[in-house]
Design a protein around this ligand. Structure first.
Ligand code: ZN
Ligand code: ZN
Length: 330
């Protein structure tokens, strides 16, 4: 069983991993099909994600097929599933309120516990969800990153005609633009990279501009998906009085005009990952719709043995989602 392994930041290798031990009653063994490379994988690789631990097998955006199931498992061998990569205890005060995304005992696979950039993966059935039969693997691998955006946009009630600005057109920004557009909002996407602006335009009727091209417009909702200080500050400048700013990027700090936020009753929402299964199920519902265009988000599917090139491509920032293919290497 081949796996990617990160000994320490920057030191990623392909190696023969230990084949999984026998399954417990509620575990499943998955043959991985695709693994998407996420911004947080790049953070783990570079050593810039504070809660990462090493050594570790990376990877959390995973779809695969169940090839073995413990005796109490409700899913059948042969089923395609998506992995829920953040554990939750189900018992802490946050879990009891349905906020499994901020569980006190949360572990994130591929970040602070072993992930699934490997040919096989063993995981509790609690953390898998079946993929509809008619959904292609290439779409299913977006269920997890798209759930982040579904969760974020659930902070506000978007109605057709509302104006939405998205700052930062990486994969999450692209997916946010796609969803807001799909929900009938008038969408402006903002990024400094012309390649990303071109890609976001290909999603549909979306205005895509450099930050300096925005002058005195004001938006009902602004989504910050760049994760940098200047973008957070611009987000607050761009929201209209009474509007909402949703922060999904992970900027360390920003200088915010509190008087303006108070006087204009601007609401700031922090939004982290998603809850399970609700946001995953909603993500699947959107992705099931054929008319919902997300195909420009994936720009490369690469055999996992070419992981070095895949990581370099993802780090370059000029591409959309880069996906590792684990299925055609037998
Ligand atoms: Zn991710
Ligand atoms: Zn909990």
């Amino acid at each position: 069983m081949l796996e990617l392994y990160l000994n320490k930041p920057g030191d990623l290798q392909l190696r023969e991993g230990d084949s999984a031990p026998s399954l417990s009653n509620e575990e499943v063994k998955i043959k991985v099909i695709y693994g998407g490379i996420c911004g947080s994988d790049l953070g783990v690789f570079k050593g810039s994600l504070k809660h990462a631990s090493y050594p570790l097998r990376p990877g959390h955006e995973l779809v695969g097929t169940i090839i073995e199931a413990g005796k109490d498992v409700n899913y059948k061998v042969g089923m395609r599933v998506v992995i829920f990569p953040n554990s939750f205890c189900g018992e802490c005060d946050f879990c009891l309120k349905g906020k499994t995304n901020i569980c006190r005992h949360k572990k994130s696979i591929g970040v602070n516990t072993n992930g699934g950039f490997s040919e096989e993966l063993v995981i509790s059935e609690k953390y898998v969800l079946p993929i509809p039969d008619d959904m292609a693997d290439e779409r299913a691998v977006l269920i997890e990153p798209f759930a982040v955006v579904v969760h974020a946009l659930n902070k506000v009630s978007l109605t057709p005609g509302m104006t939405v600005a998205i700052i930062g057109c990486g994969n999450e920004g692209m997916l946010a633009a796609a969803l807001a557009n799909h929900l009938g909002a008038v969408v402006t996407a903002i990024d400094i990279n012309p390649v990303k602006l071109e890609r976001v335009r290909s999603l549909g009727d979306i205005k895509a501009v450099h930050p300096e091209e925005i002058t005195d417009e004001a938006f009902d909702v602004v989504i910050e998906a760049a994760g940098v200080k200047s973008a957070v500050e611009q987000a607050v400048q761009l929201v209209r009085p009474g509007g909402d700013v949703i922060l999904i990027g992970l900027a360390q700090q920003a200088d915010l005009p509190i008087v303006q936020i108070v006087r204009n009753e601007i609401t700031l929402h922090g939004s982290i990952i998603y809850t399970f299964p609700h946001d995953f199920e909603q993500s699947i519902e959107y992705l099931k719709k054929k008319e919902f265009n997300v195909s420009p988000v994936i720009s490369k599917i690469v055999p996992f043995t070419e992981y070095k090139m895949a990581y370099e491509t993802a780090i370059s920032g000029d591409y959309g989602k880069v996906v590792l293919n684990f299925k055609d290497n037998d």
